[in-house]
Design a protein around this ligand. Structure first.
Ligand code: ZN
Length: 355
């Protein structure tokens, strides 16, 4: 039986946290301090004034649309689109990066939300053979592949924005639903853009493939793989290469209320299994399995621990949800090994995950 923090559900085996004599982890202790950035009170219930300012400015620009929203078919990005279109009356252009493994639910959700909100949606997909070669290269080199989607997703969307800028003369605001608090996992999260670049360059033909792809702006790719931290690149400043704001960093992101709203407003669908973390991607169970295999726990444990600290979930429910972690090797592994032309032995199971 896993030993866990007495307040949240982080296991004592997690090397990034420390435990006091009462069995409480340092993150929970910090969260109790009134001036801690991790306390729920730190984030305003509604949109922060900084966010409202950005929204106002976006509305005043005289472009073909006010704001670009990357949609994945998952809940967070859908709620961003809903909030900005319905509550702030922004004219939105949705943009979807197709990683080749979008789930049918994600596609249906994107359809229904773009229809209901009356927004146009662009899907960007690199050619499959290049994508598969990229996945194979990363899976073999570091035993992990989500890097491809994260990094190439950024590069593809930033390339799209660069071209839009040339056409419209406007540097559009891009509004996302990524939350550092929920998604970033110290010691488990992979990868700066720089190490992405470093691993990519081990096979120069992949870099060549990317700069020759009509969806990629070579200048954007070069600039992005030179920065250590993607956030240097994505500020809300006017002259930023990607004027990116993530809404969950600017307001309380109450996932229950968000799920209820989406279900009420749209024909929103969730997986029956209750396994709703990243259900937008068919590779998510494998991603989780790789984490569990390596660290003994995955995404569910980290996310639910944050929800407990924020007062959005009680410990009993979190413990129940932790049972959903993917202990078994999921069937999708066989599919992708075939897609990516690999054998089980080609995978870098023990390779160091990039930092
Ligand atoms: Zn804790």
């Amino acid at each position: 039986m896993t030993e866990r923090c007495k307040t949240c559900v982080l296991p004592t085996s997690y090397s990034e946290v420390t435990f006091d004599s009462s069995g409480t982890c340092n993150l929970c202790r910090q969260a109790r301090q009134p001036d801690s950035p991790n306390t729920p009170a730190h984030l305003p219930k509604q949109e922060s004034s900084e966010l409202l300012d950005l929204i106002d400015k976006a509305r005043k620009q005289k472009g073909p649309y006010d704001c670009l929203v990357p949609l994945s078919g998952g809940q967070d990005s859908a709620y961003v689109a809903y909030l900005l279109a319905r509550h702030h009356n922004l004219k939105i252009l949705g943009v979807n990066f197709d990683n080749g493994y979008r789930s049918p639910l994600a596609i249906a959700n994107m359809e229904s939300i773009s229809q209901s909100l009356g927004i146009s949606l662009i899907t960007l997909k690199l050619n499959s053979s290049l994508l598969h070669r990229l996945y194979r290269h990363f899976f073999a080199s570091c035993g992990y592949f989500c890097t491809v989607c994260n990094a190439i997703g950024y590069v593809t969307i930033a390339s799209f924005v660069a071209r839009q800028k040339k056409i419209t003369g406007i540097n559009p605001l891009v509004a996302g639903g990524w939350s550092k608090k929920y998604e970033y996992q110290p010691g488990l999260s992979v990868l700066s853009m720089q190490s992405f670049g470093e691993i990519l360059m081990r096979d120069p033909s992949l870099y060549q493939g990317l700069i020759e792809d009509p969806l990629i702006d070579p200048e954007v790719l070069d600039a992005l793989i030179q920065v250590g931290d993607i956030r240097q690149f994505c500020t809300t400043e006017e002259n930023s290469r990607l004027r990116l704001v993530h809404l969950p960093n600017h307001m309380d992101w109450d996932y229950r209320q968000i799920a209820e709203t989406l279900q009420k407003e749209f024909n929103w669908q969730r997986p029956d299994s209750g396994k709703d973390a990243h259900f937008d991607c068919e590779l998510a169970p494998l991603q989780d399995h790789l984490k569990v295999k390596r660290f003994g726990f995955g995404q569910m444990t980290i996310k639910n621990s944050v929800l407990i600290r924020d007062g959005h979930m009680d410990r009993r429910e979190a413990l129940n949800r932790c049972k959903q972690e993917q202990l078994e090797e999921p069937a999708i592994l066989q599919t992708i090994l075939k897609d990516w032309n690999m054998d089980h032995k080609d995978v870098g199971w023990d390779a160091k995950w990039a930092e």
